[in-house]
Write a protein that binds this ligand. Structure first.
Ligand code: MN
Length: 406
């Protein structure tokens, strides 16, 4: 038995954060969330799943008109098998004012109380509760019942879990307490980056199904879950997005001509295109490093931007440049006098980093930052700080001497 777990569809939301639509053809972005949802349904049918779970934020906000709801109803009829949904902060009960009668295969969990739904033919029970309002400060998982014995128990919940970078108003809960509930699988929604928070029991954010912003990079999709004899036996991410976003860095260090930089950009864009699995790719491109082209590029940003679009068009596939960020600098040698003045600050700077109080504050900041990074990079330790201090000094010295930091 298989089921599909999706979340954060944000149907019919506009793309945001795009500097220039420029040469991005309208058909690349048009209705991308609808096309992605249609891909979810196609996949559910192709994999012959028993049912689909959508863990909140199917809708981005109140429907502009009924076409949003009609589209979902049509896709649900096409699905032709059960679909269980909770409402999230974006489509909370009080947020969505228009309604349509859902097709009979769709169940939307109540926002008033936690409900348990049984699928006896598959030996499955699902527990779920919707957001009544945009803000839910309490831990909804506490209201979820004990597991039903002898069944595969699935909890469907929209939550920020214990993400330190999130607001406290998205039904926060502790991963350990979800794990202790005794369910087999927690189908979570809200965090747009795919995360498997726990295995056995499985606690999963599938991520959103379609990137809608230059910062929502990489493959987006759903989690296909397989169960056998009342146990989860496999999880698999399946990409179903219809367009990709990438942030591509090009090292322009030592480049003496724009043609040289364009060659490097083509290489980087080719690699990005190859990772996009045949999808159209919208790129935010950053040029960095010390190059004699710096002043010319700064003086004529339109020219370098056009050259980067030119490079994108030449790599083939649908690669488009949303924005070019210039973080290059001039390879000028620092004047000797400046270097002397700055050098005198080196010892007190490094001594400051030895101060245990400053160290502790820095480590706290790093820990908070690490929590915001998808994939949860481990925060640095006290020993790491010691090895970073020289590098930090180099950046500070450069800034003091009037060069932009790398
Ligand atoms: Mn949400």
């Amino acid at each position: 038995m298989k089921f599909l777990h999706a979340a954060d569809i944000h149907l019919d939301s506009a793309l945001s954060g795009i500097r220039h639509f420029g040469d991005i053809p309208a058909h690349v972005t048009r209705d991308c969330t609808r096309r992605a949802l249609a891909n979810v349904i196609d996949l559910a049918i192709a994999e012959d799943v028993a049912f689909v779970v959508i863990a909140g934020d199917l809708y981005d906000s109140d429907w502009r008109d009924f076409s949003t709801g009609l589209f979902v109803a049509g896709e649900m009829r096409r699905l032709g098998r059960p679909c269980f949904l909770v409402r999230g902060n974006h489509d909370a009960q009080s947020v969505i004012t228009r309604t349509l009668e859902p097709p009979p295969n769709v169940h939307v969990f109540s926002s008033l109380k936690t409900e348990t739904m049984r699928l006896d033919e598959f030996g499955v029970v699902l527990h779920g509760r919707s957001f009544p309002n945009r803000a839910v400060p309490e831990d909804l998982s506490l209201t979820y019942p004990a597991p039903v014995a002898g069944r595969l128990n699935i909890g469907v919940l929209h939550t920020s879990a214990d993400d330190p970078g999130e607001h406290a108003t998205y039904a926060p809960c502790a991963v350990e307490s979800l794990a202790a509930k005794g369910y087999d699988y927690w189908a979570l929604g809200h965090i747009h980056q795919r995360r498997v928070l726990h295995e056995r029991p499985f606690i999963v954010f599938p991520g959103n199904i379609q990137g809608r912003h230059p910062n929502e990079t990489g493959a987006k999709g759903v989690t296909l879950v397989e169960a056998r004899d009342g146990r989860i036996v496999g999880l698999e991410h399946r990409s179903i997005d219809v367009l990709r976003w990438a942030q591509v860095g090009v090292d322009a260090s030592g480049a003496e001509t724009v043609a040289d930089i364009a060659t490097r950009a083509r290489l980087a864009l080719t690699a990005a295109r190859d990772e996009a699995e045949g999808r159209p790719l919208i790129v935010r491109l950053t040029l960095a490093g010390a190059t004699t082209c710096h002043a010319a590029m700064l003086a004529e940003p339109d020219a370098i931007e056009a050259e980067m679009r030119n490079a994108a068009a030449s790599v083939g596939g649908d690669v488009f440049i949303e924005r070019v960020r210039l973080q290059t600098r001039l390879p000028t040698a620092l004047a000797a006098a400046d270097l002397d003045a700055v050098a005198q600050l080196r010892a007190p700077f490094l001594a400051g980093l030895d101060d245990p109080e400053i160290c502790t504050r820095l480590l706290d900041d790093f820990a908070a930052l690490a929590g915001l990074i998808p994939g949860r990079a481990a925060p640095p330790t006290r020993d790491d700080l010691a090895t970073l201090s020289e590098e930090a000094w180099q950046m500070v010295a450069q800034a003091l001497a009037g060069e932009p930091a790398p």
